[in-house]
Design a protein around this ligand. Structure first.
Ligand SMILES: Nc1nc2c(ncn2[C@@H]2O[C@H](COP(=O)(O)OP(=O)(O)OP(=O)(O)O)[C@@H](O)[C@H]2O)c(=O)[nH]1
Ligand SMILES: [Mg+2]
Length: 348
């Protein structure tokens, strides 16, 4: 047992005092362990670059060289942070068709703003379950490579994107059967694979890749909250705490409705600090969610791990509402995908 005990041991309605509150969301200057229910790490830094991703980067580099059109899937809820800058280094001479994926989970107003703000070709915004809209992708690919297609001139396309963004689902939707393995956790696809979509159009599925160092830890928290990062690479309560504070700030009504927090929300937001380095608000909100959902341990204490888990599950499934973690105006002056701190080393 650590000095301050586990978060889940907090008595109902008792919040950690501001002085004792840990710093979360990647701004950890304090002993974060002291409030972390899971005791695996002594920092909230998030990084996830398992071995297969390094190999995948090489495969993607080779596949890009042979492709005529690259289909870039970014997560419609976080188009900035889910864009892999490596792609734009490798595919300088290829047409790139960007898709804002999982758009059914994103705030439609933010999605429209992203489409307007996107540099170059206007991205498509799609839910992969919408078969009719998804058919726009091969059509667009043919337009982008007018010299390809027809006998002996196969149009080669390649789907790339971060883990869990829906690459394999896109291929299954296009082919009309479950030919590529999909799953609701990241890193399902481990090897690139080619599929024939039409007699003259092939499509490559690729493993989701991130980049070796997530310098932007706010972005890393958004990636983790969206489901792009393996569960072992982050602290559940840290990420859920970041996410619940974000949702309370931008989508307060949706949060209130989903978890029936009508009586609590004003008190919590009024009595806790919105300083992102202060965890008191995150703890109070997760406790309220946990209490409403019966995530309790003996003695009536909230099990914060369970509360964090159920909040993130609801959020990722769209049950809190259509939520975007990023809007274009959050990144004034930044050129999409070219933020110097997200540029990675080239494939070695
Ligand atoms: N709500 C929603 N869920 C989607 C959409 N597209 C895919 N999914 C779900 O997202 C999860 C991941 O889908 P995959 O197709 O396996 O994602 P991937 O990009 O191939 O993931 P990796 O192979 O791990 O890189 C699955 O549970 C899909 O059902 C979408 O447009 N909307
Ligand atoms: Mg896949």
């Amino acid at each position: 047992m650590r000095a301050h005990g586990r978060l889940g041991d907090c008595a109902p309605r008792r919040l950690p005092s501001r002085a004792a509150a840990p710093l979360l969301f990647g701004h950890s200057l304090q002993p974060v362990n002291s409030i972390m229910p899971s005791s695996t790490s002594n920092s909230t830094k998030i990084n996830w670059f398992p071995g297969h991703m390094n190999r995948a980067r090489r495969e993607i580099g080779e596949a890009i060289a042979k492709a005529h059109v690259v289909i870039e899937l970014v997560d419609g809820r976080l188009p900035f942070s889910s864009r892999n800058p490596l792609l734009h280094e490798l595919a300088t001479d290829k047409p790139i068709l960007t898709v804002l994926a999982k758009s059914d989970l994103a705030d439609p107003v933010a999605t429209a703003d992203w489409q307007d703000a996107w540099p170059g070709e206007r991205p498509l915004a799609l839910a992969m379950s919408d078969h009719k809209s998804v058919r726009a992708i091969p059509k667009r690919c043919r337009e982008l490579a007018p010299g390809r297609g027809g006998p002996g001139r196969t149009l080669r396309t390649l789907v790339v994107g971060i883990p869990n963004v829906g690459k394999s689902t896109l291929i299954n939707t296009l082919i009309g059967r479950r030919i590529a393995k999909v799953g609701d956790r990241p890193a399902i696809t481990r090897r690139a694979a080619r599929f024939e979509l039409d007699s003259d159009l092939s499509i490559f599925d690729s493993p989701g890749v991130l980049w070796p160092k997530l310098d932007d830890q706010e972005g890393a928290h958004r990636l983790a909250a969206s489901g792009a990062i393996g569960a072992a690479a982050f602290e559940l309560v840290d990420v859920a705490g970041w996410a619940v504070c974000f949702v309370a700030a931008r989508y307060r009504e949706e949060l209130t409705l989903r978890f029936n927090l009508h009586e609590e929300i004003d008190d919590i937001l009024g009595s806790t600090s919105d300083d992102p380095g202060d965890a008191s608000r995150a703890v109070a909100l997760l406790e309220a969610v946990g209490r409403k959902r019966g995530a309790l341990r003996s003695g009536g204490y909230v099990d914060l791990d369970r509360a964090a888990d159920l909040f993130l599950r609801d959020l990722r499934a769209g049950k809190v509402g259509p939520i975007s973690f990023e809007r274009p105006e959050d990144f004034p002056g930044d050129h999409l995908g070219n933020s110097p701190e997200t540029i990675v080393d080239p494939v070695d």
